[in-house]
Write a protein that binds this ligand. Sequence first.
Ligand SMILES: Nc1ncnc2c1ncn2[C@@H]1O[C@H](COP(=O)(O)OP(=O)(O)OP(=O)(O)O)[C@@H](O)[C@H]1O
Length: 444
Amino acid sequence: MSENFWQDLKKILQKKLNKQHYSTWIEPIKFDEIEGNTINISVSNKFIKDWIEKNYKDLILIEAKKISRDIDGINIKTDKTIKKTFKKDKEEVKKEENNNFKNTNLNINPEYTFSKFISGSSNQFAAAAAMAVANNPATIYNPLFIYGGVGLGKTHLINAIGNEIIKNNKKIKVSYYSSEKFTNELINSIRYGKMDEFRNKFRSIDVLLIDDVQFIAGKERTQEEFFHTFNSLYESHKQIVVTSDKFPKEIPGLEERLRSRFEWGLIADIQPPDIETKQAILEAKAEQNNIILPQEVALFLSNSVISNIRELEGYLVRIGAYSSLTSTPISIEMAKNILKDIIIESNKELTIEDIQKKVSNHFNIKISEIKSSKRVKNLVIPRQIAMYLCRQLTSCSYPEIGDHFGGKDHSTVIHAIKKIEKNIENDSYLRSTIKTIKNTLLPS
Ligand SMILES: Nc1ncnc2c1ncn2[C@@H]1O[C@H](COP(=O)(O)OP(=O)(O)OP(=O)(O)O)[C@@H](O)[C@H]1O
C-alpha cells in the first residue's frame, strides 16, 4: 500500500501547489516507507530538508491524514545519492514566456527562466536556493552567492531569479549587471563627473544581480564602489545575488571585506552535470531549437562530450545545422563524424596526446603551448593539470610524460604533479576543473 499511498498523496499535492513549487520541492522527494504511523521520506540535502520542513511539511501531513487517518508524523532524511532530474512542463514554459515582459533597462535576459532550467543533482541545490530567493527576495538568503565552473548555468540561474521576481511583482526594480558592465559604468561616471547619479541609480535598486563578480577582483576602485553599493542595499533590506566561477575565498585579488560579505548569506555551488542531466538539457535545448534529436544521439553526446553546457549546446547546434543543410536525419554516425576531434572512444586506452588535447581544449590554449616551457600562469596550471592527469590516467612513467611535454626532466613532472596533489585538497575550483576534464576523458 505504501508506494500507492505516496503516489496518491503526490497527486493531491500537485493539485494544491503551483506547478513550479510542486516540481521543485515535492517531485524530487524519495518516498522510503511508512513506519508505524510515520511517513519516512528522503531528500538530497539539508537545505531542501529544512525548506520542506518549514514550508511543506504541515501541508503534506494534513493531506496524508485525509488518505489515512492514522498518519501522525513525517520524518525527513537526507540522502546524497538521490538523483532526480525533472523537466518542466511545456505549457508552463509558454505561460512564463508570455508573462515575461522585456524591459531592456533591467538588462535581464527573458530567455533565462526557471522553466527552461533543467535541475539535476549537480545543480539542484543552487536552483532551489535561487528559487527560494526569487520567491522571498531579501528575506531569507542575502546575499545569495552562486558559484561554479564555466558554462554551467550561473548566468541562466541569476537571470531566472530576476525574471521570476518581475513575474511575481512588476513593481520591484530588478537590475542585472555583469561585473564588466558595472565597472564600465563606474569608469564612465568618474570620467564624466556623474558619480552621484551612479550611486543613486544603484542604491535605488530593489534586487541587484551581479554576474561573474570575480572580474572585479583586483580592481581597487570598482571594489570600493561595489562595497558601498552592497552595504547600502543590504542595510535597506534589498536583495543581492552574486555569481562567480570560484568560492569567495578562492577569488584572487578580492578584498577581504567583500569576501566576508559574500559569506554572510547562502553560498550555493553548481557542479558539472551528470549524464542524466546533460541528456535532459540536450533534449530540452533540441526542442527549443526545433532540432529533432533522437534519444540515442542525446545519450551518446551526454556520455562522450564535455561538461560545459554552453559547449554542449554548441555541438548540438552544429549537428542540427549539418542535418538541416544536408537534409539528413541526425544519427549517431553523424554526431561521431562531426565531433570526431573532440570525442574519445570510450573503449580506447587513453594516451598522453588525448589528455593534452582535452586540457588544451578546456583552457582554450594551443597544444604547442601546453608542451612549451613558457612560465606564464595561464599555461603553467593547465600544464601541471595535464601532467597530473597523464600520471593518473595512463601507465606512462615520469620520464615518458616529460618527453611528451617538450622533453622536460622527470623532476619537473614530479614537481608539477605534487603541486596539483597538494592544491587539490584546498582548492575546490581546481578539484571541480579536474573533475570536469576527467569526465570528458572518461565518459562513463
Ligand atoms: N541546467 C540547465 N538547464 C538548461 N540550460 C542550461 C543549464 N545550465 C546551463 N544551461 C545553458 O548553458 C548555457 C551556458 O550557461 P550560462 O551562460 O548560464 O553559464 P555560466 O555558468 O554563466 O558560464 P560563464 O562561467 O561562462 O559565465 C546557456 O545557454 C544556458 O541556458
